[in-house]
Design a protein around this ligand. Structure first.
Ligand code: KIV
Ligand code: NA
Length: 264
């Protein structure tokens, strides 16, 4: 099977083929997910929560992201590897350039950044220098203290319009992929139709081009708060590889997310 690149994902979007992604943080799980055909693997800064046991993603460092990116890179032969830059690693364009270079050299093929209009000049600068960017909008967990908690975004009209404008602005700035987190399904559909670049959703309904979940939620390892939009595939399959296959197939067939996983 040929390697997944941004061109592959663009083709999926144009052909209406849905695709699945998962977070991964080490070589062994990355290899299993890669072999089961998950198209995109994200080294998410969610590792602060699911690996390190922190309350949010804010304590994660660039060194943490590079370490896990190197681990995941060794497990991959086909999937596209995207890595997050953590909190305060891209507050200025100079920091962004320096830290993106580190995760790219650790093995990322694309870097994901959370933000809005303030970040667009940085995205343009990075893309021009050979660093592909995925922009993450909606509920951006690095801003949890600005939001006052992990809350659904884009519910009121002004907020919804801002999210749509941000998507269009990021595409114009050169972002090649978008992540939408925790927004109403109708808004996610409008965003997905408004841009040519592929859009990956989490808690954003079934109409985005792709879906992503945190691997610990898919495998039922997460304890405490389990988000309503996620699904435990281990429960229905009893086997890790079968769980990953079931998730991939349900996304590709448009069966996941169902209404019960969706905000309206
Ligand atoms: O860190 C992460 O796992 C993420 C995804 C949930 C999109 O950013
Ligand atoms: Na993240």
């Amino acid at each position: 099977m040929s390697k997944v690149t941004i061109t592959t994902l663009l083709k999926y979007k144009q052909e209406g083929q849905k695709f699945a992604s998962l977070t991964a943080y080490d070589a062994s799980f990355a290899k299993a997910f890669d072999e089961e055909g998950i198209d995109v693997l994200l080294v998410g800064d969610s590792l602060g929560m699911v690996l390190q046991g922190q309350e949010d993603t804010l304590p994660v460092t660039v060194e943490d992201m590079c370490y896990h990116t190197r681990c995941v890179r060794r497990g991959i032969s086909r999937s596209l590897l995207v890595s997050d830059l953590p909190f305060m690693a891209y507050a200025t364009p100079e920091q962004a350039l320096e830290n993106c270079a580190k995760v790219m050299q650790a093995g990322a093929a694309m870097v994901k950044l959370e933000g809005g209009h303030w970040l667009m000049p940085t995205v343009k600068m990075l893309t021009e220098r050979g660093i592909p960017v995925c922009a993450h909008i909606g509920l951006t967990p690095q801003s949890v203290h600005v939001f006052g908690g992990f809350k659904i975004q884009g519910r009121d009209e002004d907020n919804a319009k801002r999210i749509l404008d941000e998507a269009i602005g990021f595409e114009a700035a050169g972002a090649q992929l978008l992540v939408l987190e925790c927004i109403p399904a109708a808004l996610a559909k409008a965003v997905t139709e408004a841009v040519k670049i592929p859009v990956i959703g989490i808690g954003a309904g079934k109409d985005t081009d792709g879906q992503i979940l945190v691997m610990h939620d898919v495998l039922g390892i997460s304890t405490g708060y389990i988000p309503r939009f996620s699904k435990n595939y281990l429960k229905q399959t009893g086997d890790i590889r079968a769980a990953i296959r079931a998730y991939n197939e349900e996304v590709q067939q448009g069966l996941f997310p169902a209404d019960e996983h969706t905000f309206n």
